[in-house]
Design a protein. Structure first.
Length: 294
């Protein structure tokens, strides 16, 4: 600094010092972001979604912190603003209260985001349902909001403070395996045993199906695929098969494929899938009895 002071007039030293501090701050923020990006890339390769959630959130938090420190130091160098800078470092609690009144919603989102990352009701990569109609895969959790990619490839952006107060259905929480109910209706004249056998064969043959029986259940002779008669309809006998898949995305494919393959097998084997029947009764009136055209 002494060398610079000899070359640069004193009146420009303040501006140069502030410029150097801001430059160092930007470089530090860039280096921090690159380090986090490298760690995030490694985490994505290893499918470590727990680490991915933490790293993306910490990346943004570290960037904000670096810029706050850099701006605080730069402000401190300006004599009339030293009091403000001291307040930033020495009275952080009072500043937080003042900011809180001015930006309660923004701080609420940040605090809720921290709670989400710490307690992990969901994480990046989880398939969740919010408010019964907002569903998709969590793509990002940042300081302000959570980003969900739905199944039409649209992004649903929900403030952290809002989603923290919602009931969230998480398909991947502790266990990603999912059961798909395969419901089929057959006519009263159809062979129930044959229909059950077809459903069991088709479910067991699907590549996404997994055997969820314990060793004890296998020893007790529990069927690989339970298929049970669950109810009677107006014109149908309703069967349900229990099909397990490794994760929701495979479960969706499992369900759609089985609807098609079982329908084709039913057609081939003569199992009727009924449609509603209506019986119409025409009652003659006394005036119609003598009319030959009726």
């Amino acid at each position: 600094m002494d060398f610079i002071e000899n070359l640069v007039p004193e009146k420009y030293m303040l501006l140069i010092s502030i410029g150097i501090i801001l430059l160092v701050t930007a470089i530090a923020a860039t280096i921090s972001a690159k380090l986090f990006n490298r760690a995030i890339k490694n985490s994505e390769t290893e499918e470590g979604h727990h680490d991915l959630t933490n790293l993306k959130f910490l990346k943004r938090g570290a960037t904000v912190l670096i810029y706050m420190i850099g701006l605080g130091i730069a402000i401190y160098l300006v004599p009339p603003l030293k009091g403000i800078a001291k307040g930033m470092f020495a009275s952080a609690g009072l500043v937080a209260i003042a900011i809180g009144f001015a930006a309660q919603q923004a701080l609420g989102n940040i605090i809720s985001g921290i709670f989400i990352v710490v307690f992990k009701p969901y994480k990046i990569g989880d398939r969740i349902l919010v408010r019964t109609d907002l569903s998709g895969v969590v793509e990002d959790i940042n300081l302000r909001h959570t980003v969900i990619k739905n199944f039409e490839n649209k992004r649903i952006i929900i403030p952290n403070s809002v989603i923290s107060d919602e009931v969230v259905i998480n398909s991947n929480y502790t266990d990603s395996r999912i059961i798909k109910w395969i419901d089929m209706s057959i006519s009263y004249d159809s062979d129930i045993d044959l229909a059950r056998q077809i459903m069991q064969e088709e479910i067991a043959a699907h590549p996404n199906f997994i055997d969820m029986r314990s060793q004890e259940q296998i020893s007790d002779g529990e069927p690989l695929v339970p298929v049970r008669l669950i109810s009677f309809g107006d014109s149908s006998v309703n069967l349900r098969g229990w099909a397990w898949a490794e994760k929701p995305s495979k479960g969706f494919v499992l369900g759609t494929d089985l609807n098609e393959s079982i329908k084709k097998r039913f057609d081939k084997e003569g199992i009727e899938i009924p449609y509603p029947y209506r019986q119409i009764v025409h009652k003659e009136s006394k005036s119609d009895k003598g009319n030959p055209n009726i």
